[in-house]
Design a protein around this ligand. Structure first.
Ligand code: C5P
Length: 235
């Protein structure tokens, strides 16, 4: 296997369920993402510790969006707990992003652009522009303010690479293998196509944590996704 590119969201509600996924999948993935579903139940320090104790890297996906002082305090806590990365909304604005960048040290800061559950109509209603143009604008703001990477749908990856080049990381949720159901995701692509478009890391949740019976276990599912990524990188 080459460098792992999959990030597993620990979208579960107990330490036991998180531990089971971490122990099973850690050797096969880049990192684990902990969000409000898990940290709201077991707390951020415990969630990060479960991942780190089993050799995993932990991305804290709290999608920060607040005034600069509050965000700085939240980032300092995330850094102190030993996370490897965190997310922040690009729409929090340059002042907030710059303040977070100043205190993050080596921890990677990823800016969330337009949520992958949002379709074109909703995006037009909210931002008065298409997902592509909105993502491009928010990414420009975030990269100028010191973000290490951008979170967007796989559909916007090629545009971001064309516009801003290769010198930043892209994580894409909204990834669905052809054998998985789309669930509540809207702007989706397969793992192979997302990698070919230029994504560095793919967040793949339910297709791996709750795989269809025909695929088998979570371990079988992650191996299928890794194989699809390997083939995409070869072509
Ligand atoms: O199960 P699924 O693959 O849909 O999980 C996607 C994960 O990525 C969830 O944890 C969700 O919160 C997160 N996410 C997303 N869209 C974004 C940013 C994060 O779906 N724009």
């Amino acid at each position: 296997m080459g460098t792992p590119r999959v990030i597993i969201p620990l979208d579960v509600s107990s330490a036991e369920a998180a531990l089971k996924l971490v122990v099973t999948l850690a050797p096969h993935v880049d990192s684990f993402k902990v969000g409000l579903q898990l940290t709201g139940r077991i707390g951020l320090p415990v969630a990060v510790k479960i991942v780190r104790d089993h050799g995993g890297k932990c991305l804290v996906d709290h999608k920060l969006h607040d005034i600069p002082n509050t965000v700085v305090e939240a980032v300092q806590a995330i850094v102190d707990h030993g996370a490897s990365a965190f997310t922040i909304h690009a729409s929090a604005g340059p002042e907030v992003l710059q303040a977070a960048a100043k205190v993050k040290g080596n921890v990677k800061m990823y800016a969330v652009t337009v949520l992958t559950s949002m379709d074109t109509m909703e995006c037009l209603m909210l931002y008065k522009d298409s997902p592509e143009m909105t993502v491009r604008h928010l990414a420009e703001v975030a990269l100028a303010a010191g973000a290490d990477g951008i979170i967007c749908s796989p559909k916007e990856v090629a545009l971001l690479r064309q516009t801003f080049g290769l010198n930043f990381l892209i994580i894409t949720p909204g990834v669905r293998p052809s054998w998985a159901s789309t669930d509540d995701q809207s702007r989706i692509m397969t793992p192979g196509d997302a990698i070919k478009a230029g994504a560095d890391f793919l967040v793949v949740g339910r297709p791996i944590t709750q795989p269809p019976t025909a695929i088998g276990s979570s371990l079988d599912a992650v191996q299928c996704v890794n194989e699809e990524i390997r083939l995409a990188l070869e072509t």
